[in-house]
Design a protein around this ligand. Sequence first.
Ligand code: SF4
Length: 315
Amino acid sequence: MQSNFQQSPVITFFSERSIFLPNNFVEQSEKPFEVHLADHWGMCFGVRDAVDLAERSAKGGDVTILGQLVHNEVVRESLRKAGAKEGQLFGEQASTSEVLITAHGASNQQKERWAQKGHLVRDATCPLVKKAHSALATLVAEGGFPVVIGQADHVEVLGLTGDFPDAWVVLSVDDIISLPKQKCFGVVSQTTQPIARVRELVELLKKHHPESEVRFRDTVCQPTKNRQRALHNLVRKVDLVLVVGGENSNNSRQLAETAKALGCITRRIASAEEIDPRWLEEISRVGVTAGTSTLMGCVKKVIGKLEDLGGKAVK
Ligand code: SF4
């Protein structure tokens, strides 16, 4: 590792380097490395619209956001400052006259429960989550046994299954094998699951239940598909992928898991401050992507930090 500091023959005489380092000193990698940004990355329209609605509602100072509006601490903090309160979708009380359903959506039952308590229910559910709700409702109305491919404890999945108490949530081969026999399965997916895995599980369901009809509606959202596809292209070009996204973001976690599964060294980070310069040793090409709840500013800071560390952005 070579540093700015070592470029000075006088200073390199001393062994305690830190004594002479300026506060804003940034250690650079020995050789420059390329920084590649994925073709699709970062905040989607669904999250952006939800944040807009929450900001407008917060101005009245009388709204409680039911759950994490987005899995992004920066956004949450700014909404708190704007006057919005935070509550729980499955909680019992809110001190405000208005409540706001997040982009992840909620079951009709939950929305009605809050309305019956006397709250004005504002709905920031993403239209593509609504599409998944309506696809599942149609499949059930046609006689399908409701199956959701997704993460059982994720708020979007709880919203999808909330109006269908019999629904099964599956995410693994074992889950599929354990499904009880049915005449017809009506299958949708959580919007942020990788489509390749969803399709695999649907094929497995058909294989394990050849006697059943399997009706599948692809409800993985386009922004998720775009980011996943762009990631596949990105990993072909780089040695290390940085996925910028909050710990609770399913979308960011899926991007990181996909990159790892494709054999690329992968680090998921919430902010530029988490980049450890040692990760860049022996690396000549770094890829950057971000989940659908990650702010553009957050990704720009990551790129800036990589450039400070010796990276050269490649168009
Ligand atoms: S990730 Fe997809 S479903 Fe979720 S808010 Fe964004 S566009 Fe909507």
